[in-house]
Design a protein around this ligand. Sequence first.
Ligand code: MN
Length: 496
Amino acid sequence: MENRAYKFWFATGSQDLYGDECLANVAAHSKQMVDEWNKSGNFPYEIVWKPTLIDDTSIRQTFNEANADRDCAGVITWMHTFSPAKSWIHGLLEFRKPLLHLATQFNKEIPYDTIDMDFMNENQSAHGDREYGHIVSRMGIERKVIMGHWADENLQKRMASWMRTAVGILESSHIRVARIADNMRNVAVTEGDKVEAEIKFGWEVDAWPVNEAVDYVNAVSEADIKALTDEYYDTYDILLEGRDEKEFREHVAVQAQIEIGLRRFLEEKNYQALVTHFGDLGGMKQLPGLAIQRLMQDGYGFGAEGDWKTAAMVRLMKIMTAGMKDAKGTSFMEDYTYNLIPGKDGILQAHMLEVCPTIADGNIGIKVCPLSMGDREDPARLVFTSKTGPAIATSLIDLGTRFRLIINEVECKKNDKPMPKLPVATAFWTPKPDLKTGVEAWIYAGGAHHTAFSYDLTTEQMVDWASAMGIESVVIDADTTIRNLRNEMRWNSVVY
Ligand code: MN
């Protein structure tokens, strides 16, 4: 993952009605805030102080400079005093990047003993917030509003979380998906309108004959294959399970060759996500398994069976979590099998092979086993179980006339018992609010079997991203009831 070193501009709104001394204080306050924020270690990206905005000219100029600066991922606005909002109209009309309205105030407490009219005029964020908020709402501009004291760590974490959403909004239009196979025959939910996806999300989704990728695989040298196979043997537990050692290594080496070949193909052609399909492998000896798992670990998006929507979503969510301290992982995933025992109920998650090792808990092993589908040799794959804790599973579906993003909060748990005969990486989760309601809601919403899954993103971030893309989002969480959810979708159908 290589993200641009994005910066966020901090623009403070005021006016010249209260004199130069007041404006000097406004600037000093906002500089101090930016300095302390950047020192706090709570933000994934640097915040850049900008001179106080007091009129149409300065506001318009600042927003246009933000548009033009490739490193600027968004503007954080703060109304220190009252800033007449008609001054903001032209700047806002021309601004095209994520916008945060930070509703904060320099002083934390009202200085009861000393407060006079001068102090109140200088520190009237409550007043300024409403004038500015009104014009942004009236103009129907998508923005985030976050309120709290600027020095509060919880507020800073919310701002930091929004920064990741903002980078997702900006970077979405740089996602290019290589379809190294078309959609699996007869499957509905993985289909979609690629032209509309480019208009809405900025994704370029291109078809490639599988054998053009195979050419890259076949061109990999024996020395490169051996080096990467050695790396696999150093990194992972080798689980022979009765197979011949030499034959096992030959199977693993095929995945090393595919990993190197696909990586070169994607790098040369500038793709950040890919799809494969077990039924359309051309000259590939094995379905890419271990190879795909390693590419996903490095930040590539992936969707199986031609599922380009999920591939792009996995890539997007990897971008949004890039560089996160203590990240627990983001992966392509698939709902497989229910456990309906009360108290242990949930859904076993896996795929044929392609689960990202970033979500692994504990040791990762390599197995070589037959694939129950397709006609190729037994593929090598990484096997592991996944971390526990809260996470989100998302599904982007095409309803024919529009897209819907479904976000389900889930609680990941350990499998109740080992599954020695299941040769794939797994996760196990109970959807919120409970298995039955969660599954019923997911089905009513039309969610797919494939998901883009992450421990490291929140519902709020994904809802804000969907909002910025101008699409519907449907949340299934602890507050979900079936009646409300069905009504919400009825109302949404009118809105969209
Ligand atoms: Mn699948």
